[in-house]
Design a protein around this ligand. Structure first.
Ligand code: FES
Length: 137
């Protein structure tokens, strides 16, 4: 297995983290967004997943599916779309694809919350890293 788009991202425009309460696995998606012809496009995307092989495979696939898509189109990607693109997941592993869908949607929502209703460029905030990556002092 060679996951694509794995790793963190410096100064993402949005990020989202979700955890799976059944197994404790966790996934973060980072996105960079560019406006091209008045559409907001996911120009770069990365993920970090602490989880099972299915969680990593679905994380990799959702980033491949979302890259280059508009935010609206990427937001429509479902866990079933991800599983179908992987040519199916065993039923007991279907819940693993929830992480991929959920983290992507949260990253898009995070970007939109920073941009606001007027569509301004996102402000660079002090919070550059998701909560689980911060170090304690
Ligand atoms: Fe936890 Fe797959 S078993 S996400």
């Amino acid at each position: 297995m060679k996951p694509k788009n794995q790793g963190s991202m410096k100064d993402p425009d949005g990020f989202g983290t979700v955890g799976n309460p059944r197994c404790g696995d966790i996934m973060t998606v980072y996105i960079k967004v560019k406006k091209i012809k008045n559409k907001e496009i996911i120009s770069d995307i990365k993920f970090e997943t602490l989880g099972c092989a299915a969680a990593i495979a679905t994380s990799s696939m959702v980033t491949e599916m979302a890259k280059g898509k508009s935010l609206d189109d990427a937001f429509q990607i479902t866990r079933q779309d991800v599983a179908d693109k992987l040519e199916g997941l065993p039923p007991m592993k279907m819940h693993c694809s929830n992480l991929a869908e959920g983290a992507l949607k949260r990253a898009i929502e995070d970007y939109r919350s920073k941009v606001g209703a007027k569509g301004k460029a996102p402000e660079k905030t002090k919070e550059k890293n998701p909560p689980h990556r911060r170090t304690r002092k």
